[in-house]
Design a protein around this ligand. Structure first.
Ligand SMILES: Cc1ncc(COP(=O)(O)O)c(C=O)c1O
Length: 393
């Protein structure tokens, strides 16, 4: 291994959202990593900082080329420079898209359980959240296409936010599924907003399929959001891209990102993205190996020592979706108990929709010794929880 992912970097005292917790707590909730970014990216940021002048920034050709060559090489999809717009983040772009591409009071469809901010962004903009829950068979998640079409066919539904790959269940959507989504959305005049922020964090040997690459239909009815921020732990740098092949959708996105002032890069946004997509590949491939070993370790440990909780098998994201359905109480209650009793801080599944109630989400993008510590806390906490819950019955 060229890179050392075992090093623990103290994040306390750095205004980290994740680590702004009580002394002794172990936060493994919000989706950022406890690894330093790739040294190649750090070097580019330090070089920019060293310059000492942080005036307004333009988007150079190399920014477009960095994305284009990465998607072509790693995801077998050729994007055109003209399709791309810089934006300060995926969620600012999703919010702008909801405002521009749908009307107040219209329905935006999401497939639950799904990233909690989607609910907020739809509701905060005065649109209705329409849930098309994924079907869980105890091992895997699937789309109920009958249910999906019923909801898409409501003329009031004008947008679907697709999470590709899917947070929190870690599902990579296959080509047939994406094509079917495209056909249904096209038939019912629904624009697809494909959030592909987790796309590079797949299991070794596995790739994702860009929605827009699947067919002409998928390309023409969609707006895609991509970024180096999840993959390379750069969320605080605020750098992302919107991709729209269709001229009208792209025009609207450009207008709305401008109006919402979400298209101006900060002084590090361009250099960090370019370094990530031109020099980050070796680091990323080692990172994926490391994360998948963490995931394997958690699944095996739970099966052997905490059999009340099951890690749902997944092929994407550094998040583990933990099925707590065998335990009394909701994921939120179990999570609260674990945090109070052991300091282990996980996300309660109900934030991701009602169908996430029996689940917890665990972020394992951290050094292995931290995962080991978390598993010890979980074993102790769940043993205490089952005893306590049993005493109440
Ligand atoms: C699916 C998904 N989209 C978007 C984001 C956040 O994107 P950004 O930080 O670029 O706004 C996250 C962060 O967890 C996410 O999981």
């Amino acid at each position: 291994m060229r890179y050392n992912f075992d090093v623990r970097t103290d994040r306390r005292g750095t205004n980290s959202l994740k680590w702004d917790v009580t002394e002794g707590e172990l936060p493994m909730w919000v989706a950022d990593m406890d690894f330093q970014t790739a040294p190649e990216i750090k070097e580019a940021i330090l070089k920019r900082a060293e310059h000492g002048i942080f005036g307004y920034t333009v988007i150079p050709d190399e920014w477009y080329h960095a994305y284009i060559q990465w998607w072509e090489k790693r995801h077998d999809f050729r994007m055109e420079k003209e399709w791309m717009i810089f934006t300060t983040g995926v969620m600012p772009a999703v919010s702008s898209a909801v405002r521009k591409l749908t009307g107040v009071g219209e329905n935006v469809l999401i497939q639950t359980p799904v990233y909690n901010m989607f609910f907020q962004v739809i509701a905060n903009n005065g649109r209705n959240v329409v849930e098309a829950p994924l079907k869980y068979d105890g091992e895997n998640y699937h789309i109920d296409f009958g249910e999906l079409e019923k909801k898409l066919s409501n003329p009031q539904t004008t947008m679907m936010i697709l999470c590709n790959p899917h947070n929190p269940v870690g599902k990579i959507w296959d080509r047939e599924t994406l094509a079917e989504i495209g056909e249904l959305c096209c038939r019912h005049h629904v624009t697809v907003l494909s959030d592909e922020i987790h796309c590079d964090l797949t299991a070794p040997g596995w790739g994702y399929i860009p929605f827009a690459s699947v067919s002409d239909t998928c390309r023409d009815i969609s707006v895609t959001c991509i970024a180096p921020t999840k993959t390379f732990n750069l969320a605080g740098i605020h750098t992302a891209a919107v991709v729209a092949a269709d001229e009208v959708l792209r025009h609207k996105m450009r207008q709305t990102l401008n109006t919402d002032e979400a298209s101006e890069p900060n002084a590090f946004a361009v250099d960090a993205a370019v370094a990530a997509f031109t020099r980050g590949e070796p680091w990323l491939d080692e990172l994926r190996e490391y994360i998948w070993e963490n995931k394997r370790m958690v699944s095996e440990f739970l099966a052997a020592h905490v059999s009340e909780i099951k890690a749902v098998p997944s092929k994407a994201t550094y998040l583990i979706w933990l099925d707590c359905g065998c335990l009394v109480g909701t994921g939120r209650e179990i999570g609260r108990y674990l945090r109070e009793k052991t300091g282990l801080y996980l996300s309660g599944g109900s934030q991701y929709g009602k169908c996430g109630e029996d689940f917890l989400r665990m972020n394992v993008a951290c050094p292995r010794s931290q995962v080991e510590e978390a598993l010890g806390r979980m074993q102790e906490g769940i043993a205490a929880y089952t005893q306590w819950a049993g005493s109440l019955c």
